[in-house]
Each structure stands twice: as C-alpha cells, then as structure tokens.
Design a binder for this molecule. Structure first.
Ligand code: SF4
Length: 457
C-alpha cells in the first residue's frame, strides 16, 4: 500500500522577501517527502511566515492561531510553526509566551533546523532527523510557475532606521555569493522566466562575498552595479527589477546601471519623509536635498523613468511644517506611486525606546489622506502623458476578452485580447489613462528588446 505523504500548509504574511523565503520553506519540506496542501484543515504541519512591520500584521498571526487551535482539537497531532520576522525580533520571548499553540517558533534563517525539530516532534511522520548545515539562502527555492520570479540576494540589514524591526527580525546583513545568484537566475531563464526581481532589505548595498565571480569585462567596481550588469547578460531574461533600494547606496555606478537594457524603466527609492528633522530622528542618514539630488541624477541618466517611494506619516515629533516638507518633496520628486504608512511604534525598536509617539491617530489619518490625495492627483497627471504612446507589457493576467500586465514603468495595463498571452511581452498603444490603470490596444506581439543585441553583440 502506498503511504500518503504528510501534508504541509504555509501561510505567508508581508513583503516579497517573506514570499521568497516561503518558496525556500516549500522546497525544504518537499525535500523531506512532504506534499503541500492549500487547505489548513488537511495539514499535518502548518507554518506561518510572519511579518512584524506593524502591529496589525502581528495581530493577524494571533487571529490565525485561534483558528488553528480549533483544528488541533480535531487533529491533536497537528504541528504548528511560527517563523518570519516576529520570532526574530522577540528577543525576550514575551510574544512567544502568548502563543502556547505554537510547537515551533524560530527566525526564518533557522529553517535549516526544521528536519531535526520535526522528527523530534513527530517521528512517525518525519523520520529523517538531521538539520541542514549552513545558510538557509543556499536552499534552492521552489519558484512558483510563471514568467516572473523573485530572487533573494541578501538577508538582514545593518542600517537601524529607528522605526524598523528588520535588523532585529532578520539579523545583520548577509549577501549571497554572485555564483549562486547567477546559477539560480540562469536556471529560471531556462524554465522560461523572463522577468527577475532582485530582493534585499537594502538591495543596492549588496557586497559580493565572491567578487572573483564577476566577469573580467565587467565595467563596474560597485558590487551591486556589477551584479546588475551580469544579470543583464543572461540570455532569456528580458526585464530586471529590484527592491528595496536605500538612497545612501545609490552610487553613480548604480545610477548608471539603470540604463542597462533589461532594467525596467522604474525605480523604487524609499524616502520616508521630506523633513530633515524627521529624517534625522528616523536615522535615515541622508537629507532631503541629498535625496532630491539622487533623483536629479537618475532623471538625467534615464529621462522618463517612473519613480516610486515609501513614506511614513505621523512619525514621532512630526509637526505640520515637517509634513508640509514631505508634501513639497513629493511634488518636487514627481513620484508615480508611494506606499504610505501611518507610523506605528514597534516594541524593541529605537524609536519606541527614544521617542514619544506623540502624533494623534486622527492627525496621522488626516495627513495620510492628504498624501494619498496628492499621490492620486500626480499619478493621474503623469498617466495622461502616456496617451497615444506605446508601452511594453509583460502579460500576467487574462479576463473575459482582455489581458493585463505591467509595463516597464510598472504601470498596470489592460487591453482587448481573445487568446492566452500569459508570459508574453507585447506592445500596447495607450488610449485611456486612469489613476491606477492604463487601457489600450495591442499593436504587436512579443518584440525583442532591440538594444540588447547592440549592447552584447
Ligand atoms: S534600511 Fe531601514 S527601513 Fe530598510 S530594512 Fe533596514 S532598518 Fe528597515
């Protein structure tokens, strides 16, 4: 009789970094002879890959645990694991104490110990008992099928922005070898992936542990720019994107690398605030003018590039004048998109220890709404400039009579189509522009990016 494989169910909260980590978790559990299930109720093991960026994100983990408590009543052998940023930042284990349901509770980098821990808990289901050696980033992730893939190049962060849990949740910055990154991307290209997003907490601070792996002819000394150049040479990869960058590491070479042919025509560069006082309290290590100067250089190198950012409103001590500085910076930068958050203090962070959360909830909400309004106004104006222009779209969605995807500017685009074009790159002429969607008609399917041949002939 064929024995059924034990089943696991992974729930991922938060950012792309966590999603990418979950792909490694899935590969690890597959390698232990388990099978994934989309139904928590069928699982022998449930893993929650948590996010700690805001209280609401942590609350969701507690909400799920309540549900799983009921599942355990039906299946007393169910194993529940909590990993991700939450256990990493919980140094005094006070949060752990509120989670009696969790059998395993570990920072994501310790996933390599799961085989040992699981066989200790359920030897009947998980007979192989050794932990794996070394860095969890060595585990080859089980990428989801499709034409786009996320590739983690770095874990952790050394920057210690005062509001942020990441340096505690993920630990100090560590970078993957160039040889491993290139091997993973080549494998993805062979499988038909055409768009890569490089992931790291401060992706452009990348420092190669194996700089000898860069090609002799690589024109860049800055390791991140050099990595972008190498990825640009991989046949089959047509579009390259990365997140999240820090202004401090936007060197002239990284800015120059924005002109490499496969680089998307989009840069996401978190600013967080337009006020020097607030930036100082956040420990962002740049001023408003330095940030704007970087954008000026970026726009000179790559005219027409779309820009995105992250902003926190209502940080400790933020006055109305500070907030006005953020609005004026927003106008000056002319961003296409901003991910705006209201400051929420996180225990263990420096801002929680050093400053008072003295901007009221109402004021935070009011400032957030004003910023959202400004964003809508500017993006609509910028999107109108696409009318009559042709953009390149990587198709990733199909509806009833239409297809959709992202342009190189990371604009969402929809157009009429009567067949499955998923994974193809098509050109679409824009006829209508809304805040968050461009509509147009396809003018030709699947062109090759012309400048590639010129650059690497
Ligand atoms: S750079 Fe700052 S905001 Fe980004 S992960 Fe590091 S500490 Fe957090």
């Amino acid at each position: 009789m064929v024995k059924n494989k034990p089943k696991y169910h992974i729930i991922t909260f938060g950012c792309q970094g966590n999603k990418s980590d979950s792909e490694r978790l899935a590969a690890l559990l597959d390698g232990m002879g388990m099978a994934e299930t989309g139904e928590a109720a069928e699982a022998d093991l449930i893993v929650m890959n948590s996010c700690s960026v805001r209280q609401s994100a942590e609350d969701r983990v507690f909400g799920k645990l309540k549900v799983f408590r009921k599942l355990r009543e039906a299946n007393p052998n169910l194993v529940i694991a909590v990993t991700g940023c939450l256990p990493g930042r919980d140094r005094d284990r006070k949060i752990r104490a509120k989670m009696p349901e969790a059998d395993l509770y570990f920072p994501i980098r310790d996933m390599v110990q799961m085989p040992k821990w699981l066989s200790g808990l359920r030897p009947d289901l998980f007979p192989q008992g050794d932990g794996l050696d070394g860095d969890y980033l060595k585990i080859e992730p089980r990428h989801a099928p499709g034409s786009q893939a996320f590739v983690t190049i770095q874990n952790g962060c050394n920057q210690y922005c005062t509001y942020c849990v990441v340096p505690y949740g993920r630990g100090p910055e560590s970078n993957r070898p160039v040889a491993d990154i290139m091997g993973e991307i080549r494998g993805l290209a062979e499988r038909g992936v055409v768009e890569i997003t490089l992931l790291g907490q401060v992706v452009n601070a990348f420092r190669a542990p194996d700089p000898e792996s860069f090609s002799k002819g690589n024109p860049y000394r800055d390791h991140y720019a050099a990595l972008l150049w190498e990825v640009n040479r991989i046949p089959g990869i047509r579009r390259l994107h990365w997140t999240a960058a820090h202004p401090r590491f936007m060197t002239d070479e990284v800015i120059d690398a924005l002109t490499l042919p496969k680089q998307l025509n989009y840069l996401h560069l978190p600013v967080q605030s337009g006020s020097n006082e607030v930036l100082k309290r956040m420990n962002r290590k740049y001023t408003r003018d330095q940030y704007l100067d970087i954008l000026r250089k970026v726009k000179e190198k790559r005219p027409g590039i779309a820009l995105g950012t992250d902003i926190i409103v209502g940080f400790c001590g933020e006055t109305e004048a500070d907030f006005e500085d953020t609005l004026s910076l927003y106008r000056e930068a002319d961003f296409d998109i901003s991910y705006n958050a209201r400051y929420s203090p996180r225990s263990g962070t420096l801002s929680h220890k050093l400053f008072r959360d003295d901007v009221s909830r109402e004021v935070k909400k009011e400032r957030w709404e004003r910023l959202q309004g400004l964003m809508g106004e500017i993006v609509l104006k910028k999107n109108q400039e696409y009318l009559g222009k042709t953009v390149e779209v990587l198709v990733d969605e199909r509806g009833d009579g239409w297809c959709g995807g992202n342009s190189r500017e990371m604009k969402r685009v929809r157009f009429a189509c009567d067949r499955d074009l998923n994974g193809q790159v098509v050109r679409v002429e824009i006829g209508r522009a809304l805040e968050w969607m461009l509509f147009g008609k396809m003018v030709d399917p699947d062109p090759q990016t012309p400048s590639l041949r010129e650059t690497y002939a």
